[in-house]
Ligand binder design. Structure first.
Ligand code: PLP
Length: 426
């Protein structure tokens, strides 16, 4: 077979970009060689519609073992009773839950996208906002922290069927206990999307939503450090049928309904190569050194937030409990948009993303903020002492974004710095 030089050249180009740049996108990470190898394996050739032991294709014995390992390891990691590892992405996992617990037009609560929520928690451009009736709660302007009183008031007023917690740009831990109490008070189900902090939760550094929520979803590729994908978990409510009945009037367990929502509800054949790779990443997350890695992610984020604050930047909520922080650029650079910051930093080989800040006066295309995170840099081996130099480099660019000489000089220093840090965790 003729080699596809074009694509392999592009893959190498992307490899070089990742190798020599400073990666601060809070939702990204670098997987280990074994996670990568499992993904690029012959498991991609296998069709396996259904679940382990209940497939619609022959020859699934081996992928059954692999998928079962992924499920068992994942349950152990989060102390869950049940798990589905098939969602192709975090958005698919959320879609499957909404399809299971809501009917079209049903009300649910989710964090406002402009306050750090995710598209799949009720944005009008996502199926969650198009098919159902989302009502948004927000963060408090003074503190930047989730307004649980507002959540409770909205829940009492609207009687939603579901309350969603979790965010894409929120640097504080969540009060899952309070959220469950609010959900119980109004007879709603509680779903927590732990996509961002999942790795820190697995390491026991943040509250575990599986203990409190009816259903938990996540991606596997952010702090968790697995391949791109989604998962769904249930904890103590595993045996709770929650009154959901099939058309024939049979009450089915929530877990069984979720399995059916993933396949055949919204997906076809599972990606068994990705599931094998998820299993490898869960294996890694069960090792003692993973806890050290996550502690370092958290320490680096704390130090980075301190360094930004010292330089006069405003961090929403004043700091971070996890791997990420949301920076309101307006206090230091009133005229600099998040868009301009993102586009300029990338010229110096520093990648971040623009992000709306709560109560932003700019559009989602411009934004007044940027979001940064430390999961990827920590995988490369950077420690607290490297955070000040990284913040200095960002500040140099943002202070003089139109100066080409500054950009070139910072880019050279970024590339030199990253030469000292290997790509893979191991
Ligand atoms: N949920 C949250 C909280 C997220 O931040 C994201 C992605 O950033 C997702 C879900 C969606 O994940 P995916 O991109 O895998 O669909």
């Amino acid at each position: 077979m003729k080699r596809d030089d074009k694509i392999f050249e592009l893959i190498e180009k992307e490899h070089q970009r990742q190798l020599y740049g400073i990666e601060l996108i809070a939702s990204e990470n670098f997987v280990s060689e074994q996670v990568m190898n499992a993904m690029g394996s012959c498991m991609t050739n296998k069709y396996a519609e259904g679940l382990p032991g209940k497939r619609y294709y022959g020859g699934c014995e081996v992928v059954d073992d692999s998928e079962n390992l992924a499920i068992e390891r994942l349950k152990e990691l989060f102390d869950a009773e049940w798990a589905n590892v098939q969602p192709h992405s975090g958005a698919q996992a959320n879609m499957a839950v909404l399809m299971t617990v809501l009917n079209p037009g049903d009300k649910f609560l989710g964090l406002d996208l402009a306050h750090g929520g995710h598209l799949s928690h009720g944005s009008p451009v996502n199926s969650s906002g198009r098919l159902y009736h989302p009502i948004a709660y927000g963060v408090k302007e003074e503190t930047g922290t989730v307004d649980y009183d507002m959540m409770e008031e909205l829940a009492v007023e609207h009687k939603p069927k579901l309350i969603i917690g979790g965010a894409s740009a929120y640097s504080r831990d969540w009060d899952y206990e309070r959220m469950r109490a609010i959900a119980d008070k109004v007879g709603a189900l509680l779903m927590i999307d732990m996509a961002h902090p999942a790795g820190l939760i697995a390491a026991g550094l943040l509250n575990n939503p599986v203990k409190h929520a009816h259903i938990v979803t996540s991606t596997t590729h952010k702090t968790l450090r697995g391949p791109r994908g989604g998962i769904i978990l249930i904890g103590k409510d595993f045996d709770n049928p929650m009154g959901i009945k099939t058309k024939k009037g049979v009450v089915r367990k929530m877990s069984s309904l979720l399995d059916s929502a993933v396949f055949p509800g919204i997906q076809g054949g599972p990606l068994e190569h990705v599931i094998a790779s998820k299993a490898v990443s869960f294996f890694e997350a069960l090792q003692p050194e993973y806890i050290e890695y996550q502690k370092q992610v958290q320490k680096n984020a704390g130090k980075m937030a301190e360094c930004f604050i010292e330089k006069g930047y405003k961090i929403i909520s004043g700091g971070t409990d996890n791997h990420s922080m949301l920076i309101d650029l307006r206090t230091k650079f009133p005229d600099l948009t998040g868009k301009k910051a993102e586009n300029t930093l990338v010229l110096a080989d520093i990648t971040i993303n623009k992000n709306m800040v709560p109560f932003d006066d700019r559009s989602p295309f411009q934004t007044s903020g940027i979001r940064v995170g430390t999961a990827a840099l920590t995988t490369r081996g950077l420690k607290e002492e490297h955070m000040a130099p990284v913040v200095d480099l960002l500040d140099e660019v943002l202070s003089d974004p139109d100066n080409e000489a500054t950009l070139n000089s910072v880019k050279e220093r970024v590339n030199n710095m990253m030469k000292d840090f290997p790509m893979f965790a191991d």
